[in-house]
Design a protein around this ligand. Structure first.
Ligand SMILES: Nc1ncnc2c1ncn2[C@@H]1O[C@H](COP(=O)(O)OP(=O)(O)OP(=O)(O)O)[C@@H](O)[C@H]1O
Length: 265
């Protein structure tokens, strides 16, 4: 896939981003004045309390929310200017509430990731098949690729949806809660995969799991629709803000030279 972003153009950016949601008296700004840039490589974890606006931010960056103020750009071009199929080749998306038809087999679902490259009438070639097989191997779902989605557990299903996102082979990966339902070994495997992938691509994920989020290169801390802090995941100033937005419910400590997040019981 074309990795067209230059070193100086962010893969994804937003400026003065505002998102009003709700009707009538319930209408309010879910995101307010959000300025962010995401480089062509590296992994950013977006963290913050429930309702902070994390999913809304990701949906906006993915071009899935038509109503916003300010600007969202993908590879330097306004998100709404991209033809849908070209955008879909550049931007892989994993939703928080994974959707996919239960009648399809695992292999069929992962093949859907190749759709932006093929179009509705295109037939997958050996290259597409190799990418699909690699994505299933990376998420350990190749062994049951002929089973239907309805026959899978929550974690197995999540791994299939992750494989579908990986199979797009896009230079930008937007993942909303990718570790949902995963057991500890698969969480660790996913973190390693994202770290590898982010050497070449831009990976942005919403994560509730703070110990895992600390493995990202960079943290964006959101609260009440605003960016409260952003910076390297080993920056104590970012940690202090993170502890504050969670009301002191977590502590971030250095243990044997590594930063760990622990609940403050
Ligand atoms: N369609 C909608 N209409 C009105 N308000 C909405 C709508 N969708 C989301 N909201 C509100 O916007 C706020 C931000 O929601 P969002 O899903 O982005 O939060 P989040 O940070 O991802 O939360 P969580 O950690 O719980 O997943 C929430 O208060 C939510 O109630």
């Amino acid at each position: 896939m074309m990795r067209a972003t230059t070193a100086t153009t962010p893969a994804v950016s937003c400026r003065a981003l505002g998102v009003p949601l709700g009707e009538g008296a319930a209408r309010r700004e879910v995101l307010r004045g959000v300025d962010l840039e995401f480089a062509a490589t590296g992994w950013t974890a977006v963290v913050g309390p429930n309702g902070a606006g994390k999913s809304t931010l990701l949906r906006c960056l993915a071009g899935l929310l038509p109503t916003f103020t300010g600007e969202v750009r993908l590879q330097g071009r306004p998100i709404s200017d991209w033809p849908l199929r070209e955008r879909a080749r550049r931007l892989a998306w994993l939703a928080q509430q994974g959707e996919a038809s239960g009648e399809l087999t695992v292999r069929d679902v992962v093949h859907l990731g190749r759709l932006p490259h093929l179009g509705l009438l295109g037939r997958p070639n050996a290259h597409d098949e190799a990418i699909v097989q690699q994505a299933m191997a990376d998420t350990e779902c190749a062994d049951w690729q002929h089973r239907r989605l309805t026959e899978l557990s929550g974690g197995e299903r999540q791994r299939v949806l992750l494989a579908r996102a990986l199979a797009v082979d896009a230079p930008v990966l937007l993942l909303d809660e990718p570790t949902t339902h995963l057991d500890a070994p698969h969480q660790v495997a996913l973190v390693r995969l994202l770290k590898r992938r982010s050497r070449e691509d831009c990976v942005i994920s919403v994560l509730h799991d703070l110990p895992l989020a600390l493995a990202a290169d960079r943290l964006v801390v959101l609260a009440q629709g605003r960016v409260r802090a952003q910076g390297r995941s080993d920056d104590p100033a970012v940690h202090a803000e993170l502890e504050a937005v969670f009301g002191g419910a977590i502590r971030i400590l250095s243990v044997d030279g590594r930063w760990v997040a622990v609940p403050h019981l």
